[in-house]
Design a protein around this ligand. Structure first.
Ligand code: SAH
Ligand code: F3S
Length: 461
């Protein structure tokens, strides 16, 4: 695991998610783009394919099958994948037997337009069709239909009973919910991932026991609106409490909750269990009621502020991050000022900040013209980033002199005389290696000596 792998939206392909099961068989390379749920889905596809005797390719060049697991949330993400596909065409030319597939959200967003634009793609497989991958790959080899497109959504599919093959390390992802029913007007996810559904708790708990026994120390529960999780009489707080009681899972995280799905009980559960981390990624999207309404976000600015207040009352040291979109259609200077005000007042520890990107299929694309000029979006975004950088730096520097418990990830990417890890509240921390061995997953106290806006820097206490 590297430092960015835990960050939402930070997956940039280039590592093979397919496990090396060491058996002879067709060799697969799965590249992952987009969010953590895609990482979890790549591990699921890896599990499905390894059951059928497929094995990990050591490189793209030696692959029999390349699957690009994609994101459709912003246009830039899709354009990158088209760029990647045209780069991979070279390998198709060298090896005509190579099967090149597109999986994930782009498959359902663009469907046959993918193969219109990239006719050399053999396979387009949506997020609810992964059980059928082995058969689709056989069909693709036999070239019975070319290209093969399977983007059927299935509101019952939660992939229970399957065994994902997990990335080795200390941290595992478990999808506890699939799909989304919120239909925010800017967002393509309900169209690409279908209706919201929970995974049965027995299946989630069995996966949690399994990872704990295999030495994983941290689990991140995933869902588009994870706190709306329901299964019969279980709610999300019940699920979290049951997982928190499992021996060996030192850190439990989840992403992303939806603001109006918070119950006080969930916050009380977070306060009750030490191994549930004090960190919430709480997407706000905008600080203006008018924009929130056009986004169909179902809460007002006041309700969001009240929720932040309740969170900080029940868990005073809760770290928080958010998602913001600037340049949503009709966003006036005044609306934008309200977003700046939200950021100044809430003081999120970090923010994932985006320019609005119109997505076909969505209500906004069908009814609200994308009328904010690109230069205005760019300017609003850069000013917001600068503001958040200042706030993050102040918050991170506020930790100087404190002692933080850090879970070791491994060597720092920049300097192998240093280790990196994260605090309970998700702050990347870098420190000199002590003169005894620390392994990934170990917990160590670090005295913070300096800080940037993204990293705490210190020494072992
Ligand atoms: N509920 C999901 C959100 C998935 S999309 C979750 O948090 O897990 C992740 C983020 O991308 C959203 O919160 C939003 O801020 C941003 N986003 C979604 N659609 C977008 C669009 N059309 N343009 C720009 N940003 C978008
Ligand atoms: Fe998208 Fe809104 Fe769901 S951002 S994933 S439609 S909560």
């Amino acid at each position: 695991m590297n430092e960015t792998q835990q960050d939402p939206y930070a997956n940039n392909g280039d590592v093979n998610a397919m496990p090396n099961v060491g058996r002879p068989g067709k060799r697969v390379f799965i590249e992952t783009y987009g969010c953590q749920m895609n990482l979890a889905d790549s591990e699921l596809m890896g599990g499905i394919l390894s059951q059928e005797g497929y094995t990990a390719a050591q490189s793209l060049e030696e692959s029999d099958v390349i699957l690009i697991n994609t994101c459709a949330v912003r246009e830039k993400a899709e354009e990158r994948v088209f760029g990647r596909l045209s780069h991979l065409l070279r390998l198709k030319n060298e090896n005509p037997e190579l099967i090149l597939g597109v999986t994930g959200c782009m498959a359902n967003h663009l469907k046959e337009s993918i193969t219109k634009r990239a006719p050399y793609v053999d396979l387009v497989v949506g997020p609810d069709a992964y059980r059928r991958l082995p058969g689709l790959l056989v069909d693709a080899q036999n070239e019975e239909v070319d290209p093969l497109i399977d983007v059927k959504l299935d509101k019952r599919e939660v992939y229970d009973g399957l065994k994902p093959v997990r990335t080795p390390g200390i941290s595992a992802w478990i999808s506890v919910q699939r799909g989304c029913d919120k239909f925010c007007t800017f967002c393509v996810v309900p169209f690409t991932r279908g209706r919201e559904r929970g995974v049965p708790p027995e299946d989630i708990l069995a996966q949690c026991h399994d990872i704990a026994e295999r030495g994983y120390k941290e689990v991140t529960l995933l869902g588009q609106t994870v706190n709306s999780y329901v299964w019969e009489d279980w709610d999300f707080a019940d699920l979290l409490a049951a997982i928190a009681k499992i021996d060996g899972l030192d850190r439990i995280r989840f992403t992303s909750p939806y603001p109006t799905d918070f119950k006080t009980k969930l916050l009380e559960t977070m306060a009750e269990y030490d191994n549930i981390c004090n960190y919430l990624h709480l997407p706000a999207q905008s600080g203006s009621d008018d924009v929130l309404e056009r986004m169909k976000r179902m809460y007002t600015r006041q309700q969001f502020d009240d929720l932040v207040g309740e969170i900080r009352t029940i868990v005073p040291d809760m770290a928080m991050s958010t998602d913001i979109i600037v340049g949503f259609p009709g966003e006036t200077d005044e609306d934008y000022e309200k977003t700046l005000d939200l950021m100044r007042k809430t003081r999120f520890d970090f923010g994932y900040l985006f320019k609005y990107s119109e997505r076909s299929l969505t209500a906004a694309a069908r009814g609200i013209p994308d009328d904010i000029p690109e230069e205005v979006k760019v300017e609003r975004l850069s000013k917001l980033i600068a503001l958040q950088e200042d706030i993050s730096r102040e918050i991170f520097q506020g930790r100087v002199g404190t002692t933080q418990q850090v879970m070791v990830i491994g060597d720092s990417r920049r300097d192998d005389t240093q280790l990196c890890g994260r605090t309970d509240d998700f702050k990347m921390t870098v420190f000199d290696k002590p003169d005894y061995e620390l392994k990934p997953g170990d917990l160590v106290d670090v005295v913070v000596e300096t800080a940037t806006s993204h990293t705490l820097i210190g020494r072992v206490a």
